[in-house]
Design a protein around this ligand. Sequence first.
Ligand SMILES: Nc1ncnc2c1ncn2[C@@H]1O[C@H](COP(=O)(O)OP(=O)(O)OP(=O)(O)O)[C@@H](O)[C@H]1O
Ligand SMILES: C[C@H](N)[C@H](N)CCCCCC(=O)O
Ligand SMILES: [Mg+2]
Length: 232
Amino acid sequence: MTHHCFVTGTDTGVGKTLVSSAMLSLLAASGLRAVGMKPVAAGLEAIDGTWCNEDVRRLETAGNVDAPLALRCPYLLRAPMSPHLAAQEEGVRIELPTLRAAFEALARRADAVVVEGAGGFRVPLAEALDGADLAMALGLPVVLVVGLRLGCLNHALLTAEAIRARGLALAGWVGSTIDPHMLALQSNVDTLRRRLDAPLLGVLPHLASPEAAVAARHLDLRALRSTAALAA
Ligand SMILES: Nc1ncnc2c1ncn2[C@@H]1O[C@H](COP(=O)(O)OP(=O)(O)OP(=O)(O)O)[C@@H](O)[C@H]1O
Ligand SMILES: C[C@H](N)[C@H](N)CCCCCC(=O)O
Ligand SMILES: [Mg+2]
């Protein structure tokens, strides 16, 4: 039974890294070898004098498997913009075989590879490649992170439709309260419980310290439909 999954979101900045790192910490705590992968990262910042990407750093910290950066993040781009534009600026071509080979190398080292997509599900990666193509190529069950704010119902339902249109399984979803002032938050969550037709893995309240260990307390991965279960 594999535990690999692809984490997407209703948008950029909705909690994919927070949820992915929380999932990694839970998977590691359950005794599995767990590693995070950010196939394409756009946006570098100087941390301790070196350029790195915050998502990559947080995923690495949350997992328990050592792996080269080239596998954990094959494409590390400077500009904080859509990956296809950031890559264009640097004259880099993002290629699917490179991404797939990196994932397969990680999957040989770990029981669980948590793959965090860039931005939302359809974010362009190259002229004829987007995040949905990558998810399809990897053939992983998808976990959708819904950034709970006004407008998220439409984004969540459209994303679920796009996931299924690619023949992928929506294995579960997580709500992350990114707007603490959202009106009727619970009723919005209940609406998605009824309409998404996928297990709710948890709702993250608006956390004063949005760290993996704190977020992990609000998730229950037992409902996560693994690849094997989906194939059954
Ligand atoms: N439930 C929450 N409570 C408090 N802060 C949150 C919550 N969810 C997300 N955040 C904050 O929102 C910001 C975006 O979260 P995160 O980096 O996980 O989003 P993302 O979807 O991974 O973004 P990107 O598309 O850039 O990868 C972060 O500062 C994070 O700490
Ligand atoms: C830079 C940001 N943090 C993400 N890595 C990339 C988000 C791309 C969004 C593209 C879009 O949907 O307009
Ligand atoms: Mg992220």
